[in-house]
Design a protein around this ligand. Structure first.
Ligand SMILES: Nc1nc2c(ncn2[C@@H]2O[C@H](COP(=O)(O)OP(=O)(O)OP(=O)(O)O)[C@@H](O)[C@H]2O)c(=O)[nH]1
Ligand SMILES: [Mg+2]
Length: 180
């Protein structure tokens, strides 16, 4: 299971999402500080809302396999600038919550997440669990463990460390791998 780091404004549904992913009944808990367990890291929305704290988000992201921007479908404005994935050395996905809201504007929020650089976007209703299985399926595979040399090799051919090697390309034999 990939460990997912959730960031997004207060009330966007991050904690509810951690509960839905675990199959728990939703119960409101205001996130006061960053919580981590086996598969999730849940941050307080205030980190994303303050330019002084938001730098901390980059630090928490290093503990995760994948970073998610969580935005409710009815958010009135966007906190995340274009290309904000450039400060995070992890795959970035977008999660749109509250797709059931009468004030939802899904095309607008989706465009914000595309502009931020999200490589996949999931649509979630934490209350009915719509979309949760698709997200769980994405999270179910572990990332391939790799050595520093393997990561550097991927970078040398213009890939992110988490991108798969193209067909027909293999790591050079002389570089260290995990099974040696
Ligand atoms: N209708 C609807 N309500 C939701 C959904 N997800 C969360 N909520 C509600 O939105 C409110 C805020 O949800 P939280 O999960 O606590 O939000 P958060 O992002 O963790 O907020 P902070 O801890 O302040 O950062 C709660 O009352 C949830 O029940 C959803 O998909 N649909
Ligand atoms: Mg919370």
């Amino acid at each position: 299971m990939k460990k997912i780091f959730l960031m997004g404004r207060s009330e966007s549904g991050k904690t509810s999402l951690t509960q839905a992913l675990k199959g728990e009944k939703l119960h409101y808990v205001k996130t006061q500080y960053t919580n981590t367990d086996d598969d999730t890291i849940d941050s307080p929305g205030e980190y994303a809302e303050s330019k002084h704290f938001s730098v901390g988000l980059a630090c928490f992201s290093f503990e995760a396999d994948v970073v998610a921007i969580v935005q409710a479908a009815d958010e009135p404005f966007n906190l995340f600038g274009a290309n904000c994935h450039s400060f995070i050395m992890r795959p970035l996905i977008g999660i749109i919550t509250k797709i059931d809201s009468p004030y939802a504007n899904i095309p607008m929020v989706r465009q914000w997440l595309i502009n931020a650089g999200c490589e996949r976007i999931f649509m979630i209703n934490n209350v009915t669990r719509e979309g949760i299985d698709e997200l769980l399926e994405y999270l179910s595979d572990d990332l391939e463990p790799m050595t520093l040399e393997q990561a550097q090799f991927k970078q040398s051919i213009g890939l992110n460390e988490w991108d798969p090697l193209p067909e027909g390309v293999e790591y050079p034999k002389e570089i260290a791998s995990f099974d040696r």
